[in-house]
Design a protein around this ligand. Structure first.
Ligand SMILES: Nc1ncnc2c1ncn2[C@@H]1O[C@H](COP(=O)(O)OP(=O)(O)OP(=O)(O)O)[C@@H](O)[C@H]1O
Ligand SMILES: [Mg+2]
Length: 217
């Protein structure tokens, strides 16, 4: 088991958003989360990603009880174990593709040469090596998305969390990104939890979790 969330509760002000979510995910699983807008999918993903803390409940990732980590240890843990792919990829506009990809590696203390080698390897794998020296504004949406996937993978995180990763891609680029997730699971045994409105992706994932009103159905 790579992840176990038990009885996760989260409110924003008086408004209860997550109401006792239980979720267990095995290493190497590709799980999709679906549900209506406002169901609490992104809120859950943020908590699983340790970007936000639950009001109540327990979260264990890679045998580490996340609630027991202080802020500093939490940042280190996140940087090492978790990769994020967002719909709006948040690449930094003033940096090249390669620089963007390498930032998490620099944060974790890797040297420039080592980070760049791994960065180029990933860009190559993702079919955007020829864009390494370009800035985000000079790349297509699909290319930017691939660069952000490379960035999510640079530290070889065991858990990859994606929120609508193919939401702003055309169907061809979306299908190819989904294909890539499966390839990475095969080659690196990485685990994916993906919030998606894409039915094709939900259908091909190992398991689909349905959320409604802050609960898993
Ligand atoms: N920081 C916040 N402060 C107050 N309310 C919030 C906050 N974040 C989310 N919410 C509310 O919590 C509810 C769940 O939001 P969430 O973003 O988790 O939904 P979602 O399932 O990801 O929806 P979508 O499919 O539209 O992305 C929504 O009603 C939202 O308005
Ligand atoms: Mg959302």
């Amino acid at each position: 088991m790579i992840l176990k969330a038990s009885q996760i509760h989260k409110s924003f002000g008086q408004l209860p958003i997550l109401q006792g979510v239980d979720l267990a995910v095995e290493k190497g699983e590709i799980v999709s989360i679906v549900g209506a807008s406002g169901a609490g999918k992104s809120t859950l993903l943020h908590i699983i990603g340790t970007l936000d803390r639950p009001d109540r409940g327990k979260l264990v990732i890679n045998d580490v009880n996340i609630g027991e980590l202080n802020q500093k240890k939490l940042s280190l843990f996140r940087n090492e174990h978790i990769g994020f792919v967002f719909q709006f990829h948040h690449l930094l506009p003033e940096f090249t593709a390669l620089e963007n990809v390498c930032i998490p590696a620099f944060i974790s203390g890797k040297g420039k040469k080592q980070a760049e080698e791994r960065g180029m390897e990933l860009l190559d794998r993702l079919g955007v090596k020829h864009r390494a020296q370009h800035k985000p504004a000079e790349m297509s949406g699909g290319e930017q998305q691939r660069v952000s996937v490379a960035r999510a993978l640079i530290n070889n995180p065991s858990l990859i969390l994606a929120d609508e990763p193919s939401g702003n891609l055309d169907s061809e680029n979306a299908a190819s990104l989904h294909q890539l997730f499966f390839e990475l699971r095969e080659s690196l045994n990485q685990t994916f939890i993906i919030v998606t409105h894409n039915e094709e992706l939900a259908n091909i994932s190992d398991r689909t979790i349905h959320m409604r009103d802050g609960q898993i159905l």
